[in-house]
Design a binder for this molecule. Structure first.
Ligand code: TRP
Length: 374
């Protein structure tokens, strides 16, 4: 598959994604150094996922900061469609969201779209409920502030969401959705309605407070089409347009194309994987940018840009820019071998997962604290 035929929709991501082209097609704005400096003024440091361009684009972030500087605090909104295990790609976004919450001291609304996964997947309603519960444990393990974090489960908070969702739905016709999502006459009618549900948390705090509150939605860029629709509709209903911060996809084990996905077993490392499983997956499946033979590798060097282990370090697991650069340069020069790079990555991921899993084990009894209560 060439760069020409990559695909990015909320329900399908494949191919070698050309992010610059996506910026144009989606009509989003690249984050430049001026905007980074502006963020840093408030956060005092710049997260490596921002400086390395893992979070690379935005909508109206400057406006959000204008409001913030006037004393009009924003809230964060993100979510999860609970249809399977949590993998590293999800965690990568959420650990960044936690950083935002800590640095700006803001509320977070976290939506679990059990309705979405029921409507779009083959799974039964009961299975989806099981995953909703399971996935909550991971979100809690990220370490969000329970006093400032509110879980919204679409089918459980339906009474809260539905009045807003229908107001939203009334402003959109089917042909708009066909354009935004590529829907056809064969889509079930729940799928057609669904975007109205995902839109609601972006204005819910404003509805509750009876005044407009700016909203920032950090997401992987495949979710942007929902909010492109929402940004058209909300001003018509008297609300602000939500601001968006777009992230790239953590690559699957099998190579830098597409995204890590829970539904493809050999593509993903899960939040609950054991150290041994992580080791096996990286050793066996992580696509290597190294050369075929030791001699060639020493002579010509490896390619960190296509090496999945290196990409994991860059996206998520090696926070230290100096260390990352040394790994990059040593790999490229042939000094560092593929097996050695994999070993570094295995150790980093396992150290991270050990902490995450410890917190995950204690998360069960926290669920109630996180649930939104009117
Ligand atoms: N649709 C998302 C998924 O499939 C879940 C989600 C709901 C979400 N609201 C969101 C993701 C807001 C990002 C931002 O996982």
């Amino acid at each position: 598959m060439t760069k020409e035929d990559f695909k990015v929709t909320p329900w399908e991501v494949k191919g070698n994604i050309d992010y610059d082209r996506l910026i144009k097609e989606f009509g989003v704005t690249k984050i430049d150094s001026k905007l980074l400096k502006r963020i840093e003024k408030h956060t005092k440091e710049i997260h490596f996922m921002l400086s390395r361009g893992v979070f690379f684009a935005n909508r109206d972030l400057n406006w959000l900061l204008d409001e913030f500087e006037k004393g009009n605090k924003f809230f964060l909104y993100t979510g999860r469609g609970p249809s399977g295990k949590i993998q590293l790609g999800h965690l990568q976004t959420w650990y960044f969201v936690k950083w935002l919450q800590d640095k700006f001291g803001v509320e977070l609304y976290f939506q679990f779209t059990d309705d979405e996964k029921f409507l779009f997947k083959e799974s039964s309603y009961e299975e989806i409920q099981k995953w909703t519960h399971d996935n909550m444990l991971d979100v809690i393990a990220v370490g969000f502030d329970p006093k400032k974090t509110h879980f919204i489960v679409d089918t459980k908070h339906a009474g809260l969401l539905y009045p807003e969702a229908i107001k939203f739905a009334k402003k959109i016709n089917f042909s708009t959705l066909k354009g935004a999502f590529g829907f056809t006459n064969e889509n079930n009618i729940g799928q057609i309605f669904y975007t109205s549900m995902q839109a609601v948390p972006a204005i819910l705090p404003s509805v509750i407070a009876k005044k407009n509150i700016p909203c920032l939605i950090p997401l992987a860029i495949d979710q942007d089409p929902h909010f492109r629709v929402a940004r058209d509709v909300y001003p018509k209903l008297g609300f602000y347009k939500p601001s968006i911060l777009h992230g790239m996809f953590l690559p699957p084990l099998t190579g830098v194309d597409g995204k890590m996905s829970s539904s493809e077993i050999n593509s993903a490392i899960f939040s609950t994987d054991s150290p041994k499983e992580v080791e096996t997956k990286i050793k066996k499946y992580a696509f290597s940018g190294g050369r075929d033979t030791l001699e060639e590798h020493r002579k010509l060097g490896g390619n960190p840009d296509v090496d999945v282990s290196f990409q994991y370090l860059k996206f998520f697991f090696e926070e230290d820019d100096k260390k990352l650069k040394k790994i990059h340069d040593d790999y490229k020069s042939g000094k560092l071998l593929s097996g050695e790079l994999k070993q570094i990555t295995i150790e980093k991921i396992n150290a991270f997962l050990k902490e995450h899993q410890n917190r995950r084990e204690k998360a069960e009894k926290e669920i109630d604290k996180f649930m939104y209560k009117a």
